[in-house]
Ligand binder design. Structure first.
Ligand SMILES: [Zn+2]
Length: 68
């Protein structure tokens, strides 16, 4: 099992969750900010790709980029 570290929301500091529905994405429960939705391949009913890790990475990268 890989340990996935999800940072708090970079916009409001709220708690973020991995949401799975047709695909996976990270959503802030407080302000509703979210990443794009990624879909894993499936084999025998289990995801085979790294979609969750990819959206977590995308989410975590946003920190510190709120203003330019
Ligand atoms: Zn937020």
């Amino acid at each position: 099992m890989s340990d996935i570290k999800l940072k708090p929301c970079p916009f409001c500091g709220g708690e973020s969750v991995v949401h799975v529905e047709d695909g996976v994405r990270v959503i802030c429960e407080k302000c509703g900010a979210m990443t794009k939705c990624l879909v894993d391949g499936y084999a025998q009913g289990r995801p085979t790709g790294g979609a969750i890790e990819s959206v977590v990475k995308a989410w975590n990268k946003r920190e510190g980029q709120e203003c330019n």
